[in-house]
Design a protein around this ligand. Structure first.
Ligand SMILES: CC(C)(COP(=O)(O)OP(=O)(O)OC[C@H]1O[C@@H](n2cnc3c(N)ncnc32)[C@H](O)[C@@H]1OP(=O)(O)O)[C@@H](O)C(=O)NCCC(=O)NCCS
Length: 153
């Protein structure tokens, strides 16, 4: 029940946060399937960058999956009208704190090469460790590399 509410809240953010030209947004079916896998974590952020209580509006989220002491940050998003005021930073830092308390030692993420989120990841100490050539296909059909980042915590 609560899980379904949280899926609704995350999907509402998903629909405005991702520019369709990059094809990065997940649909509801993908999000539901992901959350059914053990070790998948959805964190919802309120307007102050804290964890959104059930009665609070959620304006950002992280989605991650942990396996054997490693965790992948699958998605991070903040709705456009609440950007550039530290909510993305704040939710990323809450995510890192929770991952640490789960005993995670290393975080991975993958990002399209031209994403401005890069500066956010670098601020938290993520380092680029690999590049997958032409991994993403844009709406216009051109290709973009994916960069893999890792952070040891
Ligand atoms: C990435 C994202 C979550 C950042 O959220 P945010 O709330 O704007 O983040 P913050 O306000 O905490 O800014 C974090 C840092 O990102 C950088 N940043 C934010 N907006 C930026 C912009 N428009 N251009 C360049 N850098 C930017 C800054 O370095 C900032 O650091 P600072 O606080 O030292 O200035 C948000 O832009 C987003 O939802 N983007 C679309 C979804 C996406 O592409 N997610 C990543 C791949 S899954």
């Amino acid at each position: 029940m609560m899980q379904r509410d949280n899926i609704d809240r995350a999907m509402a953010i998903m629909e405005t946060a991702f520019d369709p030209q990059w094809g990065e947004a997940w649909n509801r079916r993908q999000l539901e399937a992901s959350l059914a896998v053990p070790g998948t974590h959805l964190l919802l952020a309120n307007q102050a960058g804290g964890i959104a209580e059930l009665d609070e509006e959620a304006v950002g989220f992280t989605l991650s999956r942990s396996v054997a002491g490693e965790e992948e940050l699958l998605l991070i998003a903040v709705v456009p009208e609440y950007r550039n005021r530290g909510i993305g930073s704040s939710i990323l830092s809450l995510f890192l704190k929770q991952a640490t308390s789960r005993g995670i030692g290393v975080i991975f993420l993958e990002m399209r090469a031209n994403n401005t989120a890069k500066s956010l990841y670098k601020k938290y100490g993520f380092v680029p460790i690999g590049r997958r050539k032409d991994y993403y296909k844009t709406a216009e059909g051109s290709r973009l590399d994916a960069i893999t980042f890792s952070l040891t915590i």
